[in-house]
Design a protein. Structure first.
Length: 301
């Protein structure tokens, strides 16, 4: 049995991973920003903690002495929210750095998993799959924060007791996905018969790499149990899906019909090459975005 500490424990990935870990017999501590009784996982010990408070973070970690820390707790705002949050970079960088520094001060063997984003990857040819060798870039506060945390982790690479993995996560969804994200919004529009908003998404003609969140979290679990050492690891479906096909699938599921206008040329989002994760983790994907969209549809009232 290992002791896990998960920040952002009541977000989509935190909830799904907590269930996997509890099922496997591990001890799980979940860091949350405010106490609530929604989406709790049985046997997880939830702890309210402000990650910007150095003393409290170090005190809590000293008591728990976790084997593995998984940091989902940084903000993941929508595009519109991003424009409003002027202190986004400072807050997220400071909190993550405080967490890392506290772990280093413990001087015990720890594996730190940082949930990063595919948005930090730069590719001139978006139609081509990208892998762990792809160049990083920072073009806004969101990517700047994630890029600079990776650089900070690299500075501590020589510490024999501190092992880290920078996870590069592509789009992944489940019934626990926040309503501000694309797939839950599509489901909402269909449920409300809001064809105007649905048409706007359809016209964008989005094509990207979309997974089921359970597959991604299963890979994270396998990673925590693995002795393989990698700085960066891409977790993705490894294939491209057209969102318009998902919209048509959900419309059929709902029994609704709608004639869309001819969309513009496809908007190609990045597609990740997941071969390394499959090889070193013996990871197999069991679900897909269509299963996730169906689950979200059935879960929404």
């Amino acid at each position: 049995m290992k002791k896990f500490l998960i920040t952002g424990a009541k977000g989509q990935d935190g909830l799904i991973l907590s269930k996997i870990l509890i099922r496997k017999g591990h001890k799980v501590y979940g860091i949350i920003k405010k106490k609530n009784y929604l989406n709790s996982v049985n046997k997880v010990k939830y702890l309210k903690l402000n990650l910007s408070n150095k003393k409290k973070v170090l005190s809590l970690l000293s008591k728990i002495k976790p084997d593995i820390v998984i940091h989902f707790g940084s903000s993941n705002p929508s595009y519109n929210e991003m424009k409003k949050k002027k202190n986004f970079y400072d807050k997220n960088f400071l909190e993550t750095k405080i967490l890392i520094d506290a772990l280093l001060l413990l001087k015990i063997k720890i594996k730190f998993v940082f949930a990063n984003s595919a948005q930090i990857l730069k590719s001139k040819n978006k139609k081509k799959k990208i892998d762990e060798k792809t160049e990083f870039h920072k073009y806004n506060d969101y990517t700047k924060f994630r890029y600079n945390i990776f650089k900070y982790l690299k500075k501590n690479k020589k510490n024999p007791k501190f092992k880290f993995v920078n996870l590069i996560l592509f789009n992944h969804d489940s019934k626990f996905r926040n309503s501000k994200f694309l797939l839950p919004r599509i489901v909402k529009y269909i449920k409300n018969k809001n064809f105007k908003s649905l048409e706007e998404i359809f016209m964008e003609n989005i094509s990207g790499d979309f997974s089921h969140a359970e597959d991604i979290c299963n890979a994270i679990y396998l990673l925590t149990m693995s002795n393989n050492s990698v700085d960066n690891l891409i977790l993705s479906s490894g294939k491209r899906t057209k969102i318009n096909n998902v919209i048509k699938f959900l419309l059929r599921l709902s029994g609704l019909k709608h004639s869309f206008l001819t969309p513009k040329k496809p908007y190609h989002m990045l597609c990740g090459d997941n071969k390394l994760a499959k090889r070193i983790l013996n990871w197999k994907l069991k679900k897909n975005i269509y299963i996730a969209s169906k689950e979200i549809y059935k879960n929404k009232s």
